[in-house]
Design a binder for this molecule. Structure first.
Ligand code: PLP
Length: 422
């Protein structure tokens, strides 16, 4: 028997994550990896975990280890409704669905909404994990044009004029991979478009609380509640290993998601949900979030300063007000997959940007840097290495394209890509 012959059509669309392959290489000792996208271990509130574990055992006893509703542990859903209210999102606890990570919601949405050929709009670039969740169902991705403030509403409008969309997937705050945040006016414009076209928007917001400067903008869920599935997670503000995600979806999408989840895992871990409920309702998130910000903000600052010092002038980047990532654009013609191989040989690694585009081959000259996983000195050392590797790659590029003039870093980033349908 050849197991390959047993594969369903959709399994063939899954494809191993190229990023996982990169992460394997970069976990070698001595390597400074700016490739990961995960929180720092020192950001986990271990003393709080100890305290609330006692509380959970005292409050719920063996009940914390029992099967529970697929929709989620009720005290957690109540705590999440209270957590969402100051963001302008009004929800009853009954409307909130708990998932095993926010990835669990993305998987469920793929399962319940996408047919082969369904037109799904995504930013260019977008979160790779969403592409992985949706791709088994063989959607037709419609890439929407972006600039350094995120998605361009006029590009969404143009995509709609070419044909109906099943839904649009969007990460509006400190986006993965670009770190970009949509300004208020664009959120209003997008809310207006989705209401006018009766279109569903999936708003994925894992990074909104990791704001280091400036004022938060409205969630699109607050502007067009009936047209938005709002997804978030405690992965970045508590601990990702708890796998604690949630969503607030209009009916009947919420009920279909519950059915889909029943078939996957019956429900998310009761004990972990009880811990999360204590973390939120005991005020621990408010206490601990400033510690996480105090850890990451200087790291981001150090990385940006090192980039200014060590990266060649033909490289450009924006300065995000929060999150975990900085997106870099090199000169036209640069192949960041090849450059990353050279960087790894020199002891530092990043993720080539091309992996984050729905259309294969786009974004070859871009890359994502993560600043949460290393201290300031290490980040500075890594950027110095990357600066040297980029200079070498530029010499090679110039010898191939000797007639191309250098690009100024002071230019604002141009839109990434034309709206396209691969
Ligand atoms: C945009 C985005 N969505 C969803 C996730 C998944 O998060 P989790 O499943 O840990 O909640 C991530 C993780 O990095 C992400 O960056």
């Amino acid at each position: 028997m050849d197991p390959k012959n047993l594969l369903a059509k959709r399994t063939r669309n899954m494809g191993a994550s190229a990023i996982r392959e990169i992460l394997k290489v970069v976990s070698r000792p001595g390597m400074i990896s700016l490739a990961g996208g995960i929180p720092a271990l020192e950001s986990f509130p271990m003393a709080i975990v100890q305290e609330i574990t006692e509380n959970v055992l005292g409050k719920y006893g063996p009940g914390a280890f029992q099967y529970d509703l697929t929709e989620g542990f009720f005290p957690l859903r109540e705590a999440l409704a209270n957590y969402l209210a100051p963001k302008g999102i009004s929800a009853d606890a009954e409307q909130i669905l708990i998932s095993s990570g926010s990835q669990g919601v993305l998987d469920g949405l793929g399962k319940i909404l996408i047919d082969s050929g369904s037109r799904i709009a995504v930013e260019a670039p977008t979160y790779l994990g969403a592409l992985q969740a949706f791709s088994p169902y063989a959607p037709h991705y419609v890439q929407i044009e972006t600039d350094d403030q995120g998605l361009l509403p006029e590009s969404l409008q143009a995509a709609l004029s070419r044909g109906p969309l099943k839904f649009i997937y969007l990460v509006p705050n400190f986006q993965n991979p670009t770190g970009r945040t949509l300004p208020e006016a664009r959120r209003q414009a997008i809310a207006e478009i989705i209401q006018r076209h009766d279109l569903l928007l999936v708003e994925d917001d894992p990074y909104g609380d990791l704001r280091y400067r400036g004022k938060s903008a409205s969630p699109i869920k607050a502007l067009a509640p009936d047209h938005v599935v709002y997804i978030s997670t405690l992965s970045k503000v508590f601990a990702p290993g708890l796998r604690m995600g949630f969503c607030l979806a209009p009916e009947p999408i919420r009920s279909w998601l519950v059915l889909a989840k029943q078939g996957v895992d019956l429900h998310t871990s009761t004990f972990n949900q009880a811990l999360a409920a204590e973390y939120l309702s005991g005020g621990h998130l408010q206490c601990h979030l400033p510690n996480i910000i105090d850890l990451y903000q200087p790291r981001q600052k150090a990385m940006l300063a090192a980039m200014e010092n060590f990266l060649p002038p033909s490289f450009s980047w924006a300065q995000p007000d929060g999150g975990m990532f900085i997106w870099v654009k090199g000169p036209q013609g640069m192949d960041m997959e090849a450059v990353n191989r050279r960087a790894v040989e020199n002891g530092a690694a990043f993720v080539p940007g091309t992996f984050f585009f729905a259309r294969p081959g786009d974004g070859k000259e871009t890359l994502r840097l993560n600043f949460t996983m290393a201290d300031e000195k290490t980040l500075t050392r890594a950027i110095k290495i990357l600066g040297e590797v980029f200079e070498e790659a530029l010499v090679d590029l110039r010898s191939e394209n000797w007639d191309q003039p250098p690009v100024s870093r002071r230019l604002r980033m141009k839109p990434e890509i034309k709206a396209c349908e691969p």
